[in-house]
Ligand binder design. Structure first.
Ligand code: GLN
Length: 487
């Protein structure tokens, strides 16, 4: 039974639909796997074992009736920032440790409508602020390839759980790289869709003009299948795009003949780890061998992206997080003598260091007299970054670059140096500022056996082109899926 752990969604779909495997057997195998390896990896904050078995049994009935949808009976993990009715949704924060949402996020409703199985809720940096999952208020998640290293963040639990085969695929959220960077560090596929393609209803807000939900999977095709399932217009999210959902999985066809791949010179800078560069060059060569044309491009405002992001994201966060005041829901401090003290104590005790740092930075940027100098200026620079991409996509169909300057770093290496941590987001942040889609596709390993991901970006709503390029790269590289040993 253990070898079913190696199969992707399409392969499992076949076995399930033919009756060679039941969802209950599959789900039990995954739950056993979680019990045997999660004590090393620490990807799950909440395991929903009983519900998972119930959902699996229900899925088996749907399958027996011949009414299966693509995700019926497939065990999936969910980042703990996405609301699940009656099931803790903690954002890995003390503030929401006991919060059980009274409703499901739209993406969860969609999973349930298909009869998907939820294995549990996955660890993350507190409120999705971080790049290593060390900012979780509960425990750090380990990288399954090397337990002394971080899995990336903030969707570290989502990436580690897929890599360690503790779920078939998972959902994460990406505000500045939180799906792509952990995917790259854990050797799985991670996609941040175009802003507005997937409903954010029920996604606990960090920076609303940047946040987007997306899949972490073991293959490009799986990412397409999940995106197809979760995308689409939703009246409950005012930024949701009113459009029908393209057949993304049909776009997963091999061949890059004539496709123009732009390589931005600003992404090959000092500080880019040699092994990462080698793996990326290898992937570019594979694209060329498949008939793609590699063109040099420039994204001249890249150097301002981090500063821009850390103003816009913190400003929006300071506003979004003002709701955690101990009044309506979430943590409330116990000892206080008046209302003001209750607010102060609640927020002082309920939030971790990094979240407080962001709230202070953001509040400062938005305060009277500073707004024009910081927030307004950052919004203007954001427009320049959007223009950079628009100009670049006149010359190419997709852009290829590294996801992160290095492979997974050691636990503890950057946690006391926030600026170093922020700088590691340099290649992922511009995509969020521009609202375009970006994907991390595994493209090799460094000399220590740690995975490297190539980032492929496409223009606004050009996911189909993105899938074609990513699928071709995956097949062209022909990397046999490898799994961390974890023994
Ligand atoms: N690492 C970035 C940050 O700390 C991105 C986080 C994210 O995408 N949620 O803000």
């Amino acid at each position: 039974m253990d070898n079913v752990l190696n199969l992707d969604i399409s392969q499992l779909r076949e076995l399930l639909d033919k009756g060679e495997l039941t969802s209950e057997e599959l789900t039990t195998t995954y739950l056993d796997r979680i019990k045997s390896v999660d004590e090393k990896v620490h990807a799950y904050v909440t395991l929903t074992e009983e519900d998972a078995i119930k959902q699996a049994k229900k899925a088996d009935e749907i399958i027996r009736k011949g009414e299966a949808a693509p995700l019926t009976g497939i065990p999936l993990g969910i980042k703990d920032v996405i609301c699940t009715e009656g099931i803790p949704t903690t954002c890995s924060s003390k503030m929401l440790e006991n919060f059980r949402p009274p409703f499901d996020a739209t993406v969860i409703e969609k999973f349930k409508a298909q009869g998907a199985v939820m294995t549990g809720k996955l660890n993350m940096d507190e409120f999705a602020m971080g790049s290593s999952t060390e900012n979780s208020a509960f425990f750090p998640t380990k990288n399954p390839w090397d337990l002394d290293r971080i899995p990336g963040g903030s969707s570290g639990g989502s990436a580690a759980a897929v890599a360690a085969r503790m779920c078939v695929a998972s959902l994460g959220s990406d505000t500045g790289g939180s799906i792509r960077q952990p995917a790259s560090h854990c050797g799985v596929v991670g996609l941040k869709p175009t802003y507005g393609l997937v409903s954010r209803y029920g996604l606990v807000a960090f920076a609303s003009s940047l946040d987007q939900i997306g899949p972490l999977t073991r293959s490009v095709k799986d990412a397409a299948i999940i995106l197809e399932s979760i995308a689409g217009h939703d009246q409950r999210d005012s930024t949701s795009l009113p459009m029908s959902v393209p057949a993304f999985s049909k776009a997963c066809t091999q061949g890059m003949k004539g496709m123009k791949v732009g390589v931005p010179k600003e992404y090959f800078i000092e500080g880019l780890q040699k092994d990462v560069e080698t793996a990326i060059q290898g992937a570019l060569k594979a694209m060329e061998d498949m008939g793609a044309e590699i063109v040099d491009i420039s994204l001249p405002h890249t150097e301002y992206a981090i500063a821009t992001y850390y103003i816009i994201a913190t400003a929006e966060a300071s506003s979004n997080l003002s709701r955690y005041d101990g009044v309506k829901y979430g943590f409330r401090a116990e000892n206080f003598s008046n209302l003001m003290e209750m607010y102060k104590e609640t927020r002082a005790q309920g939030f971790g260091m990094e979240v407080k740092r962001r709230i202070m930075l953001g509040t400062y940027c938005l305060s009277a007299g500073y707004y024009d100098a910081f927030y307004k200026k950052a919004s203007q620079v954001r427009t320049l970054i959007i223009e950079d991409f628009k100009n670049a996509f006149k010359k190419c169909d997709v852009i290829a670059a590294p996801v992160a300057p290095t492979t997974a770093f050691k636990i503890g290496e950057k946690v006391h140096d926030p600026l170093q941590m922020y700088l590691s987001d340099i290649f992922t942040i511009p995509v969020n500022l521009a609202g375009i889609p970006g994907m991390s596709v595994p493209c090799g390993f460094d000399s220590e056996g740690l995975p490297v991901g190539m980032q492929i970006m496409a223009a606004h709503l050009q996911e189909e082109t993105l899938f074609k390029a990513a699928y071709s790269l995956e097949k062209g590289l022909g990397l046999d899926i490898q799994w961390p040993e974890l023994t």
